[in-house]
Write a protein that binds this ligand. Sequence first.
Ligand SMILES: C[S@@+](CC[C@H](N)C(=O)[O-])C[C@H]1O[C@@H](n2cnc3c(N)ncnc32)[C@H](O)[C@@H]1O
Length: 268
Amino acid sequence: VISSDTTWGAGDYPLMARHLEPAAVAAVQAAEAGPADRVLDVAAGTGNAALLAAQRRSRVVGIDFEPTLLRLAEQRSRDAGSSVHWAQGDVGALPVRGRWADVVLSVFGVMYASGHAGAVRELARVAAPGARIVLASWIPGGVIPAMGRVVSGYLPPPPPPTGPPSTWGDEQALEELLIAGGLRLAASSTQGLTIEFADSAAAADFLIRTAGHLVNEQERLTASGRWQELHDDLIAFVERRAEVAHDQLRLRLQYLLATATAGGAPSR
Ligand SMILES: C[S@@+](CC[C@H](N)C(=O)[O-])C[C@H]1O[C@@H](n2cnc3c(N)ncnc32)[C@H](O)[C@@H]1O
């Protein structure tokens, strides 16, 4: 049994990661990662973005604080024959030397930092002069942040946050965060990815199964008779948010794809 250190390792996040891969493709393309680049994938999870950068022959380091996901990432890079270096670490104190990275990627990753300002300072610290920093973050009110509001009533209160994760998906708020940390927002656009389900119950099952912080609460909520209620609330949520197309339910997940730059001369 592989134990997880965080709730990210408790559910079937790898299943979610397979559906989120289009965002990693978009981030790696936006960063134009190439053979001359040292690429850092921050909060790499199962390694979607890191592996794509390695395919483009960049030198890649992937960092995450969840060992269960890092092990899967390692296995994926071995299977692909790529030489990504994986390291356990927190986005608030990245185990990387200053100015190392020509490209910093974080796909739905750094947005979950417990301290937003400190995380931006870390991105700025590891970025080489002129580095491209590409971040994908759920936009406020989008499916994932809205689902967070539905389930919050079932969860223990979170530690006092520095702001909701979707702050990173709000262009203006992100720009302010970046400036405060010494970075500049160079470009941003709203993007989306679509996940299809047979019906709303299947969608609710997927949203629960892939969310470790919900899976971890199953026993407690079942004992208090609230697990079924949570499931039903998520079915109603999916029915409000999904489109029906060709007998399938489609959930469109919108995110902000942002490119920031570090000061100084371009690194290439
Ligand atoms: C939504 S997943 C995204 C993973 C991956 N980037 C992807 O595209 O699939 C969020 C990731 O952030 C990691 N994470 C969250 N907070 C973190 C922190 N403070 N330090 C390091 N990793 C963190 C989790 O372990 C998880 O792998």
